[in-house]
Design a binder for this molecule. Sequence first.
Ligand SMILES: *Cc1c(COP(=O)(O)O)cnc(C)c1O
Length: 418
Amino acid sequence: MDFLGKSFSYRQGSLYCGNTRLSDVADEVGTPCYLYSATDIVSRFNAYAAGLEGQRHRICYAVKANSNLAVLGLLARAGAGFDIVSGGELFRVLKAGGSASAVVFSGVGKTADEIDYALREGIHSFNCESEAELALIDAKAARLGKRAAVALRVNPDVNAATHPYISTGLREHKFGIPISQVEDVYERAKSLRNIDPAGVSCHIGSQLLETAPLLEALDALLVLVDQLSSRGIAVRHLDVGGGLGVPYKADQKSPCPTEYAGCVRERVAGRDLEIMLEPGRSIVAEAGVLLSRVLYRKQTGGKEFVIVDAAMNDMLRPALYSAHHEIIPLRQKGFGTIHADVVGPVCETGDFLAREREIANVFPGDLVAICTAGAYGFVSASNYNARPRPAEVLVENDGWRVTRERETYEDLIRGESL
Ligand SMILES: *Cc1c(COP(=O)(O)O)cnc(C)c1O
């Protein structure tokens, strides 16, 4: 079960995370409910760190993958930095006990207020995506009497060969500054009084199951670092972005973070550079499941449907990307499989969690785990169909606790008026 972290296993016919039986959590907290393994999250983070041992580095967890406060707190204590894409994510990192000085701010559309907030808090650096943004950061920094450390996000024109919605490193994508133009933008950055051109960065896409495109991008960045150096611009850090994929399917193989980080270390050996990585998905995906209960079985139009209490508002990935998540019963079933669509209660045909899938022969009342749900799961949950967002639970040491309560109907109307 590579699609689940190492803490998950069946014991006496029931699915456990560590010593926690998942059906006990579902019975107590209700469903749908996200559950994460602290051990799995920290060990994946450590796997990256192990590959970079001996090299000056900073692993900035990409907050957008899972921004639960307890998850951020765990990673802060494990020594992570953070990659943010909004002011709200900076607020979460600080609330979780993360240090602003370990935060890099990415994204194509940073607002003036967000830049201001990040400068006031004293973040490590901005990953800047355009000349216009550079000018705005300079102006905001001038007003605060600060010098802003900036890495230009380079678009290396490398094909990440992943889902088109999450591939970001081709020339025609909205991200980064084309590598052919970036030296001129560095010259401009150098001329701005309140900008410190401290680094170079890139991020070519997500869910990459091969590391070759990531290493190709790294090589392009290293050439750039040398060219900048010959122009008198000595960058101090190199940020390779995130993007390592995870096995969503039973037979999928995914790159090992330690091996990948080791390849990065070999390529940069001997250089006086702080190496930064921004992994998101590969830290948290396998560490999480979405627990759900079967409501009904229904046969219609020659098809079999399993209707569960989790829906596209709780977990958007299948509807948005046709993403595949394995769905397994919390109590092992001894009596065969069925061929079915697993769907939620939302009034959309696109509201499915699995299509034409061979799954256990589950019946109303049975509990299931939607696997590999720790990344881009809860963070994409919405209140569509006026459905309260699910609870989140963290399994840590020998116990578990609710780290975010299930929303109530009152939560649904907070801030509204007639
Ligand atoms: C989304 C994102 C990441 C994380 O990507 P993963 O595929 O989850 O590792 C890292 N950096 C930037 C700039 C991103 O936008």
